[in-house]
Design a protein around this ligand. Structure first.
Ligand code: AKB
Length: 319
């Protein structure tokens, strides 16, 4: 039987949708949402204010709710981290240590911690990037994720901590907004297509990056946590792949719905980050080990995003 679950960082882009899905699957009362600020999640089930850097408070919440599994989502993403490197390092690393140490002490049964394609860098092969390859990340975020992966594997090997992780590509969903990533344009473009039929992109037109529809990412997250422990052969983090596209390709797909949609390109500091990342990912280990498969291609993603976002934005207008 699944014990209680704690999601740390429940108000963020992934947290919002993950809590919703976990509550559908395991019951609202069994999924405790927590964040440094209130978000959507506190409305439909238990919610606790938690600063992921506060280990005592984390322990108090785990004991109070008899939590077994923790999903740690609190982090500064690539673009924001470049603006505040020291805090990014502190948050991304120490929040992980807090959770890993409580798991080592036997207070947590299973840990989910997200890594990212940002662990790769300019010296990594960019096409079909292998699971095991050169990793020399050039961003603070990437360095913190790579170090985090090493620590996850270390805690597993040395202390038997059951930690599981996937390297998320850019995530695209209509229910929540991303905050501070290099791939955020791929969400923003849909909002602007509906609201103004016009989008200024901060990446250049042919910048291809690995992306994924949020439903697929949530499915991967829940499934890796459900898998039998002996199926999880990689305890650093798994490559997972969805769709690879450039701003030009996604804008062409959007133009099928809005023929007057216009995009122009004004690359900023995020271009350099994107240029250091892979263009496509080899996810054969995740497929073979725990049966991962993505479901959405580019046209299904665009159709789903536009239909749902248009309805949501029009409803907001009426309210
Ligand atoms: C970012 O752009 O920083 C994130 C990521 C790829 O991890 N979306």
């Amino acid at each position: 039987m699944q014990g209680k679950i704690l999601v740390v960082g429940s108000s963020g882009q992934i947290g919002t949708e993950l809590v919703e899905e976990l509550r559908k699957e395991y019951g609202s009362e069994n999924v405790i949402a927590s964040d440094i600020r209130e978000g959507q999640a506190e409305q439909d089930g238990p919610f606790e204010i938690l600063d992921a850097l506060d280990k005592n408070r984390l322990e108090e919440i785990i004991r109070k709710h008899h939590v077994e599994d923790v999903y740690l989502l609190a982090a500064l993403l690539s673009a924001t981290a470049e603006k505040n490197p020291e805090f990014a390092w502190e948050l991304n690393m120490n929040s992980l240590f807090n959770v890993l140490n409580l798991a080592k002490e036997g207070l947590i049964k299973k840990v989910f911690w997200p890594s990212s394609i940002a662990v790769f860098g300019p010296t990594t092969p960019r096409q079909n990037t292998p699971q095991f390859t050169v990793m020399e990340p050039s961003t603070v975020y990437g360095i913190s994720k790579q170090a985090g992966e090493r620590w996850c594997e270390y805690y597993h090997k040395k202390f038997g901590v059951d930690v599981r992780s996937i390297r998320y590509p850019g995530l695209i969903g209509y229910k929540s907004l991303p905050g501070g990533g290099t791939t955020d344009y791929a969400v923003d473009i849909f909002h602007q297509a509906i609201l103004s039929k016009n989008y200024t992109c901060f990446l250049s037109e042919n910048t291809t990056l690995p992306m994924m529809y949020m439903e697929d990412a949530i499915k991967a997250t829940i499934n890796i946590m459900k898998a039998d422990s002996d199926k999880i052969k990689i305890r650093s983090s798994y490559n997972i792949a969805g769709i690879s596209f450039s701003p030009k390709e996604i804008s062409e797909e959007i133009s099928n719905y809005f023929s007057d949609f216009k995009i122009n390109y004004v690359p900023d500091y995020r271009q350099q980050i994107a240029d250091s990342w892979p263009q496509s990912i080899d996810d054969s280990h995740a497929r073979n080990d725990w049966g991962w498969r993505a479901g959405y291609d580019l046209s299904a993603l665009c159709r789903t995003m536009l239909t749902n976002l248009e309805r949501n934005l029009l409803n907001e207008d009426k309210a």
